[in-house]
Design a protein around this ligand. Sequence first.
Ligand code: SAM
Length: 261
Amino acid sequence: MDEPFDSSSSLRAGKLRVKSPVGGSPNKDAPSRRDVFRMFDRIAPRYDLLNHLLSFNRDKAWRRKMTLLLPSKANLTLLDLATGTGDQLLSLYDSGKIVSGVGVDPAEGMLAIGREKIERRKLTSALSLIPGSAEELPFGDRSFDVVTISFGIRNVTDVDLALREMHRVLKPGGRALILEFSLPRNTVIRHGYLMYFRYILPLLGGFISGDREAYRYLNQTVESFPYGDQFTELMLEAGFCDVKHTPLTFGVATIYQGDKL
Ligand SMILES: C[S@@+](CC[C@H](N)C(=O)[O-])C[C@H]1O[C@@H](n2cnc3c(N)ncnc32)[C@H](O)[C@@H]1O
């Protein structure tokens, strides 16, 4: 089995040591996550457009798939971490199963766009967005039925700490859902995808957003982040049970699900 990533202990050290997922090139350091939210503030006005464009609109289907994995009971309270411009929060709310939701993100520029969407849809009594980090949540233990994070866990500096925080604020019986980029397992598909991801996506993303660095960061972080069984292992270590993962679109994204006893 080809395993592109180093062991999870390097994650705990706050530094990802990675191997190239394609060739056998030597390890290199993953890009720093520190203050990455400033980069998201810079690209905030073009973020949604680029998400839809560069994923060929698959992001919308992936978000809807998240709603299918919500716990079966009604009137759920939701916390969406790294909420950005709020698309995942709104998509989950549209399931009709959420009674109230809070989105948390350190990037005020992203939150401002999310707040406009919530106001436009007159949902301010149910949904709110607040600044904050996934690694230090301003909520008490056992506060929410569901905690989600979409395309965000890859951006936090201390992944283990963020997972433990997610577990802490969940009510017993609650569920964490994590949507994140991953890499196709099939070698041929992975090669083709990496050509797009490494060369075309940074060009297009850089051209439209005016921030080439941001879209280089995207492929560097995705290629250096654990996925599949390696990521479920981290969730188990953080205390989650019944941990499962569902690869989407040939494995270019994956949803991880874990429950709190
Ligand atoms: C790729 S965007 C994802 C936004 C949104 N969840 C979505 O699905 O479109 C990543 C987000 O992670 C946020 N972020 C970065 N560091 C974070 C941290 N430590 N805690 C929470 N969010 C963080 C960024 O500000 C950015 O809005």
